[in-house]
Design a protein around this ligand. Structure first.
Ligand SMILES: [Zn+2]
Length: 206
């Protein structure tokens, strides 16, 4: 799914639009992946639920294990789930929209670009730096609650570390009131990741 997103963002940057046959095809691929993802999750859940239940039952219940899993799987798959609202599909479409807006914005500000170059450099340096490592982010994750960015690896290991010590992980951004950052709050931002990659290429060349 991440690869499909990446290819789609390449297309948007090359074409400057979110409406093309290739993009519609990629959108369709995302939906198919999401359907598969849902099937796998339903299967894992039915196995987990069945094994959890069987532990509390007499040994002869083990004989019907396979059928129990099959039944539960069928039940789970039977519930209504809107693939269109699958989190990866939503994020995919969101990223496309953001990328189109960015491409258009860049085209519009092309003329002023030279004048603003100094400001842009200062801004991007602060924006692309992880507040945990003080280094340029590699895999930027966005906190859905406070909108701050961290590098994925650093943030996840901090959260794990704090939770192992029964502590909460506070958002490290100065002045942020978010006192409890959870792993589920963090979302990989592919558009941001690409901006950092572009920035790195450009600053490497100059
Ligand atoms: Zn924050």
């Amino acid at each position: 799914m991440d690869i499909v997103s990446d290819v789609a963002l390449d297309l948007v940057e090359a074409q400057g639009t979110d409406d093309s046959p290739s993009l519609r095809k990629l959108d369709q691929m995302m939906l198919e992946c999401a359907a598969l993802d849902r099937e796998i999750n339903c299967f894992v859940e039915s196995v987990e639920q069945t094994t959890a239940r069987v532990r509390q039952e007499p040994p002869h219940a083990m004989f019907s294990l396979l059928n129990s899993v099959k039944d539960r799987f069928a039940e789970l798959m039977d519930t209504d789930a809107d693939i269109q609202r699958h989190s990866k599909v939503v994020a995919f479409r969101d990223n496309i929209r953001k990328s189109v807006a960015q491409v258009n914005q860049m085209a519009a500000s092309n003329i002023e670009e030279e004048l603003d170059e100094d400001i842009a450099v200062t801004q991007s340096q602060t924006n692309f730096t992880c507040p945990l490592t003080q280094l340029e982010m590699v895999n930027p994750v966005r906190n859905k609650k406070c909108q701050h960015y961290y590098d994925q690896e650093a943030a996840l290991s901090m959260i794990k570390n704090k939770h192992n010590n029964k502590k909460k992980f506070r958002c490290p951004v100065v002045g942020c009131g978010n006192m409890d950052v959870k792993q589920s709050d963090l979302e990989l931002d592919l558009v941001m990741k690409r901006r950092i990659q572009t920035h790195r290429r450009q600053s490497g060349n100059s």
